[in-house]
Ligand binder design. Structure first.
Ligand code: F6R
Length: 614
């Protein structure tokens, strides 16, 4: 989704920092890019539809290179088609200001009408341009940019991360403001930066300030002043960023997705190992969070998440109900918000989000809080809104996930769900020390099993199968029990990056309708692990095979492999832990199919990495 970057430097030359910053946030998905700088008192804007390379071409004349202040933006169209005209930055009619904006100004049509009646001509179809026009008019009064921004923001309804530049009496000014979408600021001795994503500033510093809703920040080289909406200074904590610029490189891999799939054994180790206490058969979570006292008061869990994170949440339901015997409801965050949910006392809402910035998940968690729930989060980004708003957080340590299709964040979320389920079961006494020890030892041992799945012979086998199935008419992914959400995830991964039609189904549900679609053009991928539903999955495979479907069995259940004929063998583990292993071949299968079909794997069409609008 849209990315914002801004910089001011005492020695000039911010253009490189802007382009570098935009390149780093490219992964979020966008359809146009632009920059605006002030040089010699003049605002200069360049913007282009399409990839960053298009923008870089128009910058080749070097006209913007020496500028000491500027803002940049990657746009993911919401209001108005992707085009040069609708790209950010936007300027006011008198050219006094340039702005970049993420979010939505909900009353923009009304404001647009008012401004048009005042004789302002709009050049774009965006909601964002109204803000440029409003600030431009305020600046006519000779007030500072920060005050012009504050006054203009009073007139809008909606959500924003906003960056603005204008020439003031003492030179170029850079101001930003936040309500809703993420925004952070950072300074070095001779510069200051703003960005919508921490990756945008880590090439310059590892100390950042995450702005809160209602903050307006004034950036100068070497200093940042954060104020509230009325202009009173406010103190915000400086946070240290654990990620380094090296974490964001391809490191020789052809795609981020493949790199991130291969990082999973390390991610599992970082997320789980230090928290496992095998001696006590329990889990240690930092800062005394998820304490016995708290968890003993939890009578119900409400999972809130979207997409891949929702699939991790569905697995969490099986785990928490199975191990801790606490009932769990799972909702799409986008549905929860508008269905008038009823939460019982003692509900712990569990928001699961890689980015911690997904608008639907944040909105659902806020509603759960209003309804009296405590909010816990499984989240991957330190300092993200979700993390800061939750009462308790279980951080996954997946590192930056750049590939749009989520891989390592998913298995880290499932590992975190195992830890949470064990902690809950130990806290409420429903899980014995012995059972907990077995599970935690099993979790610890997954690392080497994951490494095996990523070894060359296994990868080559999966690649060969991908070749066989790359032209299938469609796919069903089938699973039951704790591997049912794995089937959903396998189908989601395939459709996202290869654009092939794939559906995930509870294997037992096929006979109630979808089986009508089975014919020799369809590939049926079944996911199975030895356990109480394994034989049932096997007979579901028989049902589809006998109707002509081509079956591919993934997992560690011999019987299923035999019936299917084609298989990907996964090392055996405890059934509860099998989703972590079973997911990996499905990720590779999707990756190789997408690669064979020549798809843009890391930036699939129409998708954004972090969906910060509803
Ligand atoms: C799929 C994918 C999305 C995200 C979803 C939630 O590969 O990445 O479905 O899982 O948009 O994002 P987060 O986890 O950031 O809340």
């Amino acid at each position: 989704m849209c990315g914002i970057i801004g910089a001011i430097r005492s020695d000039g030359g911010v253009l490189n920092a802007l382009i570098e910053g935009l390149r780093v946030v490219e992964y979020r998905g966008y359809d146009s890019a632009g920059v605006a700088v002030i040089d010699g008192g003049q605002i200069l804007v360049r913007k282009k539809q399409g990839r960053l390379e298009n923008l870089e071409k128009v910058l080749e004349d070097g006209a913007l290179e020496q500028a000491p202040v500027g803002i940049g933006h990657t746009r993911w169209a919401t209001h108005g088609e992707p085009s040069d005209r609708n790209s950010h930055p936007h300027q006011g009619a008198a050219g006094r200001v340039a702005i970049v904006h993420n979010g939505i100004f909900e009353n923009y049509l009304e404001l647009r009408e008012q401004l048009t009646a005042q004789g302002i001509t709009f050049v774009s179809e965006t909601d964002s341009e109204v803000m440029a026009q409003l600030i431009d008019l305020e600046l006519q009064e000779g007030i500072s940019l920060e005050n012009a921004v504050r006054r203009s923001l009073r007139r809008v309804e909606g959500y924003y991360a906003l960056g603005a530049i204008a020439e003031g009496p003492d030179g170029a000014e850079l101001v930003c403001a936040r309500k809703g979408p993420p925004l952070l600021v950072a300074s070095t001795p001779d510069a200051a930066y703003l960005a919508s994503d921490v990756l945008g500033v880590i090439p310059h510093t590892d100390r950042v300030v995450y702005l809160e809703d209602g903050d307006v920040a004034i950036l100068k080289p070497g200093s940042i002043q954060v104020t509230d909406f009325e202009g009173h200074p406010v103190q915000r904590e400086v946070a240290k960023v654990d990620w380094t610029p090296g974490d964001t490189g391809l490191g020789g891999w052809p795609h981020y997705m493949l790199k991130e799939i291969h990082e999973q054994p390390d991610v599992l180790a970082r997320t789980a190992l230090d928290r496992i206490d095998l001696e006590r058969g329990d889990v240690n979570i930092e800062g005394g969070q998820f304490s016995d006292e708290f968890l003993q008061g939890v009578s119900r869990v409400q999972v809130l998440a979207c997409g891949t994170a929702l699939h991790a949440g569905m697995i969490a339901k099986y785990l928490i109900e199975g191990l801790a015997k606490v009932p769990v409801d799972v909702d799409y965050a986008s549905e929860f918000r508008y269905r008038g949910p009823i939460l019982v006392p003692g509900t712990m809402a569990l928001a699961i989000s890689q980015s911690g910035e997904t608008a639907d998940t944040l909105g659902a968690a806020r509603l759960a809080k209003e309804l009296g729930a405590s909010v816990a989060a499984i989240c991957n980004v330190t300092g993200s809104t979700q993390m800061r708003e939750a009462d308790q957080v279980l951080l996954t340590h997946a590192g930056p996930e750049i590939g749009v299709a989520s891989t390592k964040a998913f298995t880290a979320q499932v590992a975190a769900a195992v830890l949470l389920a064990v902690r809950m079961g130990r806290a409420n006494g429903n899980l014995s020390v012995q059972e907990a020890k077995e599970l935690l030892a099993g979790l610890r041992d997954l690392r080497t099993k994951m490494e095996h799945l990523l070894s060359e012979p296994v990868r080559e086998h999966i690649r060969a199968l991908a070749k066989v199935h790359a032209r299938a008419k469609g796919f069903f992914f089938l699973g039951r029990g704790v591997n049912f959400p794995v089937a959903l995830e396998g189908a989601l991964k395939l459709k996202e990056i290869s654009y092939m039609h794939a559906e995930g189904y509870a294997a037992g549900e096929m006979k109630h309708g979808p089986i009508a679609l089975i014919d020799p053009g369809m590939t049926i991928v079944s996911i199975n692990a030895p356990g109480h539903v394994a034989d049932k999955v096997r007979s579901n495979i028989e049902q589809v095979k006998s109707r002509g479907g081509v079956a591919l069995s993934v997992g560690s259940h011999e019987g299923s492999h035999k019936i299917a004929g084609q298989c990907i063998e996964v090392p055996e583990t405890i059934e509860w832990l099998s989703p972590i292993l079973n997911t990996i071949p499905l990720q590779l299968f999707s990756y190789y199919i997408a690669d064979l079909r020549g798809c843009d794997i890391d930036k699939p069409r129409n998708l954004a990495k972090s969906v910060t609008v509803e």
